[in-house]
Design a protein around this ligand. Sequence first.
Ligand SMILES: NC(=O)c1ccc[n+]([C@@H]2O[C@H](COP(=O)([O-])OP(=O)(O)OC[C@H]3O[C@@H](n4cnc5c(N)ncnc54)[C@H](OP(=O)(O)O)[C@@H]3O)[C@@H](O)[C@H]2O)c1
Length: 264
Amino acid sequence: MVATQSQNSQILDNYKLMHHRVVLITGASRGIGAATAKLLGQHGAAVGVNYYGSEEAAQQVVEEISSDGGRALAVKADVRDPQQVDAMVQQVSEAFGAIDTLVINANAGFPMAPFVDYRWEDFEAKLVGELKGAFFPSKAVVPSMIEQKRGCIIAVSSGLSRYPGEGFSAHSTAKSGLDAFIKSLALELGPHGIRANVVAPGLTLTDATARLPQEHKEASAQMVPLKRNGLPEDVAGAILLLASQEARFISGAYLPVSGGVQML
Ligand SMILES: NC(=O)c1ccc[n+]([C@@H]2O[C@H](COP(=O)([O-])OP(=O)(O)OC[C@H]3O[C@@H](n4cnc5c(N)ncnc54)[C@H](OP(=O)(O)O)[C@@H]3O)[C@@H](O)[C@H]2O)c1
């Protein structure tokens, strides 16, 4: 018997790594978050594309996923605001069902400056912004993950959380706090079938690094065993690996995505 076209596409869907999954990605209008939304969407996930200021860019990400046959919704929220985060989670859940995968990615900006010039106000804003952006979305999705008895949380940290860089004291401190937070979730939520992991990109070419001098980027690429800087799609690939069922026994891990700069 010959399979119909719709039977064939159903068979293909079953091979997609994120089939039947509902994902929320914070800061998905641009950069690493946008690349991750598109990749997970291609792999069958319904995707909540969170944005803060860049509505048009977020809608563009949604359109790309939809035109590929996927499902996505742009949702505005400042991840530092618990009410906005709760409303966003409700919107995504109403559209697609309970969220089973959370990607904590939104970029908490910070000035790059030597420690001696750093003002406490800037240091504090980075620390608090980073941790609020992890705490509130996690708080909002974990209860339904516990109900589902499964869930996956992936945080986008940085290689700088383990290896400091000059001018990055606030970023390093905030990201190492994020790493510790994720390990705590892996420990406490594991018994509920929830995994929590970290990806740690090296220098990745996005808007966040666009203003770095070209010589800096070239020097950085030369230090990479794979001889180039990272692309948002490289980090998205690592997130897909950790989010998929194939990573079902991986929790509490720290995965560098740095072309070999950081070896554990
Ligand atoms: N690029 C690198 O070299 C690199 C290296 C290591 C780690 N990382 C980490 O990777 C993550 C993504 O960075 P990126 O380079 O892709 O950044 P990016 O291109 O600058 O994009 C930042 C994203 O975060 C969103 N965002 C910022 N503040 C937000 C808030 N309060 N609430 C909700 N969304 C917010 C932005 O949304 P709107 O535009 O809509 O406001 C945007 O979608 C960050 O956690 C960063 O620390 C980056």
